[in-house]
Design a protein around this ligand. Structure first.
Ligand SMILES: Cc1cc2nc3c(=O)[nH]c(=O)nc-3n(C[C@H](O)[C@H](O)[C@H](O)COP(=O)(O)OP(=O)(O)OC[C@H]3O[C@@H](n4cnc5c(N)ncnc54)[C@H](O)[C@@H]3O)c2cc1C
Length: 468
């Protein structure tokens, strides 16, 4: 019997029928990534139901030198959860909410909890867990922390990393690092949890976390705003941060192509403006404070921006349904793009003061490389984060366009580098961006990453071939 087969037998024996999947007809969901760019070939998925069972699976694999890939909701977009001959360790049964402590402002959860379930549990307890992204109905918190996910509320609350007080991790040896402390102050040596967040499963398997909860907003104002160009967008952003301060929770950009594609291909989504505009912003203000009139604040802000000539038109949501409709336009863009054929997607961040310059230069580069290319630019522009997605020119064959992937992305990434930005703002490295990591990171940093990986995972069995 091979080592691999004996490992599988031990796992089956220990975890029981609930604890694994090996029926080929049930494996697609573990092998196909959300965007369809990567397809894995795993034949065995372990589904441990507790931290101890994760430790058992990892130790059994480690002792036999069998590699593993941790997996959450499989909504990652860079091939990080793709397995070939490795055993997948799915966190889907680690889906318990252990504790909600409203006075401490914390929630302790299993790594397999779906993000939307965590948001709902916080809401039921009269609190807010602010991490929010379009995949929240299927991504799992362990995946969110492993990719240091961003999303629509980063402007006010920060990335996933900033929402965590404690972490439990099963190391590649099978040892359990229990750091489930809900402390806001804890200066006891190196802060180990930060090593595992953003590591994309290459240093261990996150099994549980203590998350920070926030006061629930009791006022929300949402507006969709039409503007002439990205320069006006950034002027509006500057004005908003000055006038409404920390009530500014979301500031999302969409160019005309993005809004159009979303309305064209998504049922129930429509353009609320009569005229077409080159640029749009979805702006949201929230406040937990009584006595702050956010409607007055957003109206004053827009009035001033109209007078200054920065804003052309605006719709302020009058109901929960209208707010939902506005958000739907933004959230449907990525999927809707498929309707127009192949796309080359980039997830970049640029210092906010350089965003306008970046968009102009990037559009010119892309048009030069593939005439007729259609930038569908949108994203969390208030964080300097753009999904600079490029759709094939009309009439071009999809594969011929995808063959230009590097011709387009290499000069774009060089431009990002020149502007002191990041070629991966929130989706991570996975398989897709390993070369870029080496090309654009300082050699000292790469060397340090390799040393850390070698210390924590000396046999290289934890998510091999990802990130480094
Ligand atoms: C429609 C859509 C919108 C999105 N919007 C955003 C967005 O706004 N912001 C954003 O940041 N991302 C976004 N994403 C990307 C994706 O949703 C996030 O990266 C999410 O955090 C991944 O969570 P997951 O549970 O699906 O992780 P998976 O896809 O299962 O895994 C992602 C990586 O984490 C590792 N991993 C998973 N669980 C664990 C664990 N418990 N321990 C150790 N490693 C683990 C995997 O090995 C893999 O490398 C979007 C994706 C889609 C499809």
């Amino acid at each position: 019997m091979t080592d691999r087969q004996s490992v599988i037998d031990k796992i089956k024996n220990e975890l029981g029928t609930q604890g694994y999947v090996d029926d080929p007809s049930a494996l697609d969901k573990y092998n196909i990534e959300a965007r369809g760019l990567y397809r894995g070939h795993a034949t065995f998925v372990a589904r441990p139901g507790s931290t101890e069972e994760v430790a058992f699976v990892v130790k059994t694999c480690a002792d036999a030198g069998v590699p593993m890939v941790p997996l959450g909701g499989h909504t990652g977009l860079v091939g990080g959860g793709i397995a070939e001959e490795e055993i997948i360790v799915s966190t889907e049964r680690l889906n318990k909410i252990f504790d909600i402590d409203t006075l401490n402002g914390t929630m302790t959860v299993g790594a397999g909890c779906i993000l939307a379930d965590i948001q709902n549990a916080a809401d039921d307890a009269g609190k807010l867990f602010p991490l929010s992204l379009a995949a929240e109905g299927s991504c799992r918190i362990g995946g969110n922390l492993s990719t240091n996910a961003g999303g629509t509320n980063v402007l006010r609350y920060g990335n996933a990393r900033e929402l965590v007080l404690g972490l439990e991790v099963v190391l590649p040896t099978g040892e359990i690092m229990n750091g489930l402390r809900g402390l806001r102050k804890d200066n006891t040596g190196y802060d180990m949890k930060h090593l595992f967040m953003g590591a994309e499963g290459t240093l261990g398997i996150i099994t549980a976390a203590v998350l920070k909860l926030f006061p629930k907003p009791n006022q929300t104002e949402t507006a969709l705003i039409a503007l002439e160009n990205p320069d006006s967008v950034m002027k509006l952003f500057g004005r908003a941060t000055g006038m409404v301060g920390d009530t500014l929770t979301a500031f999302e950009y969409m160019n005309r192509n993005s809004l159009w594609v979303s309305c064209e291909y998504t049922e129930g989504v429509r353009d609320p403006f009569e005229d077409e505009h080159p640029a749009y912003v979805l702006m949201e203000l929230t406040s937990p404070r009584a006595g702050t009139d956010l409607r007055d604040a957003i109206e004053k802000l827009l009035e001033e921006a109209f007078e200054a000539g920065d804003v052309v038109d605006a719709v302020i949501a009058e109901s929960g349904q209208q707010r939902h409709d506005i958000w739907h336009i933004r959230e449907a863009i990525s999927d809707a793009q498929k309707g127009e054929g192949a796309s080359i997607k980039n997830d970049l961040s640029i210092p906010i003061s350089k965003v306008t310059d970046f968009i102009a230069k990037a559009d010119a580069i892309c048009e030069r490389v593939v005439p007729g290319i259609r930038p569908m630019t949108f994203g969390h522009i208030g964080d300097g984060n753009l999904h600079y997605n490029l759709t094939q020119p009309k009439g071009m064959e999809g594969q011929a366009f995808l063959d230009k992937w590097h011709d387009v992305t290499d000069p774009l990434n060089d431009l990002v580098e020149e502007m002191n930005g990041s070629f991966s703002a929130e989706h991570g490295i996975g398989r897709m961006k390993r070369d870029e990591l080496v090309r654009y990171s300082p050699p000292v940093e790469i060397e340090l990453m390799r040393k850390i990986k070698a210390v924590i995972d000396p046999s290289g069995i934890m998510n091999p071939g990802k990130v480094l």
